[in-house]
Design a protein around this ligand. Structure first.
Ligand SMILES: [Fe+2]
Length: 245
């Protein structure tokens, strides 16, 4: 995902560079410049991020998370972040082609929000699994040992993350990540700020936006945070932990 974003940034920059090398900007005739800008802003379809398929049916996480929530969350909310990020990246290419520093700066918020939304949700879906496919089964191996060494027990880690998630004001995420010192750490982010902005490599993210639970749990976020652990895919978290170490 981030790799896709990087490729897109590079692609837009390369298009702008080829324009400059072709002598189109600056000082080109207006028509030629416009043609050049269009070439720079065109984002190749393969460079755009796409909505990933869920690895399970919308209703597969019930009763912990309703199928209606999953359908809207994935098909509407995540899809909107994907569309917003691709649009912002296209606009970034145009601003780069114009050498419009103010325009580039103005786009950063949309890129952070929509790009973060895409990155965060892409992690979230794979952090979950139906009970029939191992959801809720506790971690094993090196991750289990690290959790016990640093938090005392899995239950203690869950309690800590649940409390941190309940304490997020407004919308955001609670994360388990790995620090530069290769230690596990719990962190929260606001809105759609990505885990990596905290300096941690993300292992497990729990979405505490209202859109993740309100249809089923209303305003009682702690109940959502109590039940979501029944469908956490610790196998996926183990794999992320191994890759981060
Ligand atoms: Fe969400």
């Amino acid at each position: 995902m981030l790799r896709h974003a990087s490729r897109q940034l590079l692609g837009a920059a390369a298009a702008a560079t080829s324009c400059r090398q072709a002598g189109c900007l600056p000082g080109a005739a207006a028509v030629g410049a416009a043609r050049c800008m269009a070439a720079a802003s065109a984002v190749a379809p393969e460079a755009q991020v796409t909505l990933p398929d869920l690895p399970y049916d919308y209703s597969a996480l019930e009763p912990a998370i309703s199928g209606e929530i999953m359908r809207l969350h994935h098909g509407k909310h995540h899809a909107a972040y994907v569309a917003g990020f691709n649009k912002a990246m296209e606009q970034l290419g145009e601003a780069q082609a114009r050498r419009d520093a103010q325009g580039i700066v103005a786009l950063q918020r949309a890129i952070t929000f929509n790009g973060g939304g895409h990155v965060n949700h892409s992690i979230f879906w794979t952090n979950l699994a139906p009970v029939s496919e191992g959801g809720g089964s506790p971690p094993e191996g090196p991750l289990k040992a690290a959790v016990q060494a640093q938090f005392g027990s899995l239950d203690a880690l869950i309690a800590r993350m649940s409390a941190a998630g309940a304490g997020v004001q407004g919308s955001g995420w609670v994360w388990l990540g790995v620090s530069d010192q290769k230690k596990l750490a719990v962190a929260t982010t606001m809105n759609q700020d990505a885990c990596i902005t905290t300096g941690l490599v993300p292992l497990l993210g729990i979405d505490v936006w209202e859109h993740a639970y309100y249809l089923q749990y209303k305003n009682v976020r702690p109940d959502y945070l109590k039940n979501i652990w029944k469908v956490v895919n610790w196998k996926d978290v183990e794999q992320r932990y191994a890759a981060a170490m």
